[in-house]
Design a protein around this ligand. Structure first.
Ligand SMILES: [Zn+2]
Length: 300
């Protein structure tokens, strides 16, 4: 087993835990770092996994978790020998990935995100039953992009790419070209059951599948994949995730096309047993409802 995979087993980073914390209040969360490649690390903690590029040109973070662990995340960044964050790239607007924007923004970081992220942060909203207040000025992206943005940083080229979203309408993936590392945001969660096409945030299951296919095409057998949540992964894990999500979506699509109502589809339990939902935060029924809503929204 590779060193990063072994270390990843010791970390706890799943949204189910994050939600439990958000409901119960903070209690000494664990923040840990795994060095993925020279000048690249991932910080596991409370919320989405943070990708870190660091070196002589400064520090860039991919996502920033939540204010409750801001000081710990800063400490973990310093422990890498890295400077304060110069840039934060939000993979999307969800609170467990972007709520510490204000802290990093006040600390001098420039926030960067897809152009659909800023308006959602300005308004706020409810995700997974947890309210997000309208963001402070310091939390808002200063630089937006529509399709692609490129950083030349720390000896590598980082592509920030919009593949059409699917988890929301503003998902970015970040690819280190030379190091062959990809941060997938929440379009890929590793060993945490179903994805979460957040229809209320412009997510859609067909866009998610298409985005996964584009991302897989950028990977090879050596690619190190940083998931939005869960342990580090590789291309085979993303392919397996895509395939089961596609198979489940096809089952739901067929039921809908046959004229079944949503209630009849739920009763048929078409996706039960396809993935392990213990520890997951999207149940079989919730996934079915989100796929159903996706298909309705796209008129299919
Ligand atoms: Zn998310």
């Amino acid at each position: 087993m590779r060193a990063w995979a072994r270390a990843g087993l010791l970390t706890t980073a799943c949204l189910a835990g994050t939600v439990a914390w958000a409901q119960a209040g903070p209690s000494a969360p664990q923040v840990s770092t795994v060095e993925v490649a020279p000048g690249i690390a991932v910080i596991f903690g409370l919320g989405g996994n943070i990708g870190v590029s660091y070196g002589e040109d400064g520090t860039l973070l991919v996502d920033d978790q939540v204010p409750q662990v801001f000081a710990q995340v800063q400490q973990n960044i310093a422990d890498l020998g890295a400077g304060p964050a110069r840039f934060v790239v939000d993979t999307h607007w969800h609170w467990d990935h972007a709520l510490a924007n204000a802290d990093f923004g006040k600390d001098g970081a420039t926030i960067v995100a897809h152009e659909n992220v800023r308006p959602r942060l300005v308004v706020g909203g409810t995700v997974m039953g947890i309210d997000t207040a309208p963001a402070a000025a310091e939390a808002l992206p200063v630089i937006g992009f529509s399709d692609r943005l490129t950083f030349h940083l720390n000896g590598d080229v980082l592509d920030v790419i919009y593949t059409g979203g699917g988890h929301t309408d503003g998902d970015a993936i970040v690819r280190w070209r030379n190091a062959n590392v990809i941060h997938m945001g929440d379009m890929f969660m590793h060993d945490l059951g179903w994805p979460f096409p957040d229809v209320e945030s412009g997510g859609n299951i067909d866009n998610l599948l298409a985005s996964l296919e584009q991302a897989i095409a950028m990977m090879d057998a050596e690619t190190i994949v940083i998931p939005g949540h869960g342990q580090l992964a590789g291309r085979a894990d993303v392919i397996a995730f895509h395939d089961v999500v596609k198979a489940a979506t096809d089952r739901i699509r067929a039921l809908k096309a046959s004229g079944a109502s949503l209630q009849e589809a739920i009763a048929a339990k078409p996706v039960t047993g396809m993935v392990d939902t213990s520890g997951a935060f999207v149940s079989d029924e919730m996934f079915l409802e989100l796929v159903w809503a996706s298909l309705e929204a796209s008129g299919s």
